[in-house]
Design a binder for this molecule. Sequence first.
Ligand SMILES: [Zn+2]
Length: 199
Amino acid sequence: MQQNQKSPQTHLQQTLKNPKSQTMDFNAAPRNLDEVFELISRSPSGYRVLERFRPLHQQGKVAIQPYPLEVVARLREAIGPDQPIGASFVNDGTTGTIYLDPASPLGILAPFLLHEMVHALDQDVWRAGVGPQSPEERDETMLLAETGAFELQHTVIQELCAQVPGYREFMSAQSQRARILHEKLTSEDVVALYGFKIA
Ligand SMILES: [Zn+2]
């Protein structure tokens, strides 16, 4: 018997136990969710968000799911073949789900997931999920939520560029793709991006 050969199962367990032992390929789809968490946690601000988010995820209050295939197809058609599909957070006031496209590159999924985790930690976003709020009130709530989430996303990207070897180069190479990953958006940008109607 080949006692020295690791079974795929053992290898996976070791990877999960010690994800840092693997080099990260920012351009490839992540091997698992832990790899995305791992990248996020290498930024101090991302680490703090993750610490607050993890209990919600572990207790089943917020699930993380791939988009249904038909939704991916529709989004793909709407945004074009080269743009990454952003993540999104939906909730009914009691439980919530973060949807993402697991085929996206690891280096892009990390800031997208971080952004949605910030929403999942925002009590105003949960309240907006149930109402009663007028459409205008809801827009105003979401404008604040988006501005805050984009700001933190920007900070985390800056920290990753400073601390994770190769991440800055990866991000520069992405510059022609998603603008929302690069620039610090102002509230006016967020209004333009989402079409909020602010009274
Ligand atoms: Zn958002």
